[in-house]
Ligand binder design. Structure first.
Ligand SMILES: *Cc1c(COP(=O)(O)O)cnc(C)c1O
Length: 392
């Protein structure tokens, strides 16, 4: 037998959804058969049931003394659309400014730009990788239409000071919760803290569809009703449009797949946490390597497991990544270029050096394989390879 095919150095992908499919493929096929038999593909019972079930998930996560009612949930075609429609519903339009973190996926700012508004980038907190509450107020102007907090990598942003500041200045907060469904902040579900919470069901997210899908959470019945019109050409009743809308609906096939997967989400989240704590234990003492933080009151769901490789440039991090690749281990840099340095925005915003924590994160972060089913032996192999490279 060739040594390349032995378990000891067989490739470890960043994400492997095949075990998931093996476990629940039959359940998903049965759910899809139900949709095929109904021949109803857009705005039907599966989508409505999914909206109810996601709303319940977010309610059941309320704990402690603070009562939290279930939010309204509105399915849309993607996480990006969730952000776009939520921003629009919050009143953001052409010429407005929206404060967003500089270290996030491009869609957070892209949704702002697509409305003719301008993203205003704020730096992040190094511990959470999320927008730094202390860097928001200096960015507020009379044109500020919203603040977007991103719960990055599965960890909620430091919401309390953000919500307090936003309430004082009467600016709506929108949560980009594409990466952190199931995470909690002080007992409350991420995505239910601001005016709108935006979810993505892109296939690689913690709850992934077999295509694109997204959802918006809101505590406001009126806002939910408006979002239902906005996702469907502004229709308030059949063929009657009160305002311009979008075609952005979560279809029945995706909803049926997501409902099956939702039944397993808690178990998968527990498995991710177990992988993360094994990594934390194995990497905790490695010089120059910083494992992800989980501040008191925040419950991390580890949609990705992101370490920092300390360095004044990306060179050390890139060396670790190359070493992992030489051992058959996949890793990825989420995200190599902060948004204020993207070609798309570089002409309109302050350049290099302006947002030091975002720039440092882009040089240091490295996301390691994490998924339910990653074995202890595989985790040990990844950790060993990281330690070898860090000590080299
Ligand atoms: C995935 C993601 C989005 C976009 O979601 P899509 O469903 O791919 O449109 C937005 N923001 C963040 C932080 C994401 O990770």
């Amino acid at each position: 037998m060739n040594s390349q095919t032995s378990a000891a150095d067989s490739p470890i992908p960043l994400l492997d959804l095949r075990a998931e499919w093996a476990a629940i493929g039959a359940e998903i096929r049965a759910a899809l058969d139900r949709v095929f038999a109904s021949q109803q593909f857009i705005l039907g019972p599966e989508g409505e049931a999914l909206e109810r079930e996601i709303a319940q998930l977010c309610e059941s996560q309320a704990s402690g003394s603070q009562f939290s009612a279930p939010p309204f949930a509105v399915g849309v075609a993607s996480g990006t659309d969730a952000l776009t429609l939520a921003l629009h519903a919050a009143g953001v339009g052409p010429g407005d400014e929206v404060i967003v973190p500089a270290f996030t996926f491009i869609a957070t700012a892209g949704a702002v730009s697509s409305l003719g508004a301008r993203p205003v980038f704020a730096d992040i907190e190094p511990g959470t990788f999320a927008i730094d509450p202390a860097r928001i107020e200096e960015r507020i102007t009379p044109r500020t239409g919203a603040i977007v907090a991103v719960h990055l990598f599965g960890l909620p942003a430091n919401m309390e000071p953000i919500l307090a500041l936003a309430a004082r200045r009467e600016i709506p907060v929108i949560e980009d919760n594409a990466q952190s469904l199931g995470a909690r902040y002080r007992g409350r579900a991420a995505g239910t803290l601001g005016a709108f919470g935006c979810l993505s069901f892109y296939p690689s997210k913690n709850l992934g569809a077999f295509g694109d899908a997204g959802m918006i959470l809101t505590a406001s019945a009126a806002a939910a009703e408006r979002l239902r019109a906005l996702r469907n050409h502004g229709e308030t009743s059949r063929y009657i449009s009160a305002e311009r809308g979008w075609n952005s609906r979560l279809d029945e096939i995706q909803a049926a797949v997501l409902r099956v997967k939702l039944r397993h989400l808690a178990q998968w989240t527990a498995a991710r946490r177990a992988v993360a704590s094994a990594y934390n234990a194995a990497l905790g003492g490695v010089p120059g390597i910083h494992t992800p933080q989980s501040p008191a009151g925040a419950e991390h769901v580890y949609s990705v497991y992101t370490i920092r490789v300390e360095g004044s440039s990306a060179e050390r991090r890139d060396r670790v990544r190359q070493h992992l690749a030489s051992r058959g281990i996949s890793s990825v840099v989420y995200y190599p270029v902060p948004l204020h340095l993207q070609p798309l925005y570089s002409a309109t915003v302050p350049g290099r050096g302006a947002l030091p924590e975002s720039e440092r994160a882009a040089n240091e972060v490295l996301s390691l394989p994490i998924y339910p089913g990653l074995t202890e032996a595989q985790i040990a192999r990844v950790a060993r390879a990281v330690a070898e490279a860090a000590r080299a």
